[in-house]
Design a binder for this molecule. Structure first.
Ligand code: ING
Length: 307
């Protein structure tokens, strides 16, 4: 048995005017609920410290950079790191990273129980566009403000198992889970900010968005015999709705915990990492069953090429 008691700390909306300090106070309140329940790990959303700023078209780089963190931890989030260290609980959360040499990434980190950062991930699959698009009902400018992640999909020995991270749109791409699956991942942590409607087609609303969201998480978990923890930033930010649907999914693809609101909400589950072993040693024993001689185009082709 290798149980890990996991808290998924969903955040409700963060308005543009809200300060990092106000957000961190909300994160600590959720953290304290998780500590009270005996969690070993608390997972927060993508871009957890600010509103989802890629919805805003900005031309002044100095203004864009105000949404980024140049150090981690920093003064605004130090109280959360201090609380986690005191409680001997690991945390994971997403933020906009501005590196000392000027690179901009949509990043997430994982700490150990002492509050030391032991893992960093930079979002690989950036959705949206890089110029203002008047055809869209709202903007989604991640390709404008972030560079594609340069760290790949890593896994780390943590919490008695093999832990990996990805972020939001990454969850829609099977390659994300499979690369980590081929590295033995047993627990995938991810945050997301997902608009409740499609900016390019009016007939895709919250129900469809939640369907696709659950579909890809359950498939990724099952097809790689891994737990998946997905944590939303949810609710209406300055008039722009984001889906909730934070979930913890087991290695058979079953949802074992799910949020019920679009507000700050903690969901928890005890995940026994040994529950990944059966799938990895039978139906998804990659070494016995995969036929890589037929998979070449997955890494040699980006788009579709007709035979
Ligand atoms: N948000 C959305 C996501 O992938 C999106 C963007 C929504 C793309 C629905 C395609 C379909 O969940 C982020 N932040 O990636």
């Amino acid at each position: 048995m290798r149980p890990v008691h996991i808290g998924a700390a969903q955040l409700g909306p963060i308005q543009k005017a809200e300060t990092r300090e106000e957000v961190v106070a909300r994160m600590i309140a959720l953290f304290d609920q998780a500590a009270e329940k005996g969690c070993d790990l608390v997972v927060f959303p993508e871009l957890a410290l600010t509103t989802f700023f890629p919805r805003w078209y900005m031309t002044d780089q100095a203004e864009v950079d105000t949404w980024f963190e140049t150090e981690m931890p920093n003064a605004a989030v130090q109280p959360l790191f201090d609380r986690a260290r005191e409680a001997n609980i690991a945390i994971s959360f997403g933020f906009a990273e501005l590196t000392p040499d000027g690179h901009h990434f949509n990043t997430s980190i994982l700490t150990d129980r002492t509050g030391e950062i032991v893992g960093k991930y930079r979002k690989v699959h950036l959705p949206g566009h890089d110029e203002f698009d008047p055809e869209r009902a709202f903007q989604h400018l991640e390709k404008r403000y972030f560079e594609p992640g340069d760290l790949g999909f890593q896994v780390w020995n943590a919490l008695g198992g093999v832990v990996g991270m990805c972020i939001c749109n990454d969850r829609r791409w099977p390659e994300t889970y499979r690369v980590m699956g081929l590295k033995g991942v047993e627990l995938v942590l991810l945050g997301y900010n997902t608009p409740s409607v499609n900016s390019q087609r009016s007939d895709e609303g919250p129900a469809d968005r939640l369907f696709h969201h659950r579909l890809v998480l359950q498939a990724g978990a099952y097809q790689n015999a891994t737990f998946v923890v997905a944590v939303a930033k949810a609710g209406v930010e300055d008039g722009h709705p984001l889906i909730g649907g934070s979930v913890i999914v087991d290695p058979n693809g079953h949802v074992i915990a799910e949020s019920q609101t679009e507000d700050d909400e903690l969901i928890t589950a005890v995940c026994d990492l040994d529950d990944t072993v059966f799938g990895k040693s039978t139906i998804f024993d990659f070494a016995r069953h995969r036929r890589i001689e037929h998979y070449g185009v997955i890494t040699t082709q980006t788009g579709v090429v007709r035979d």
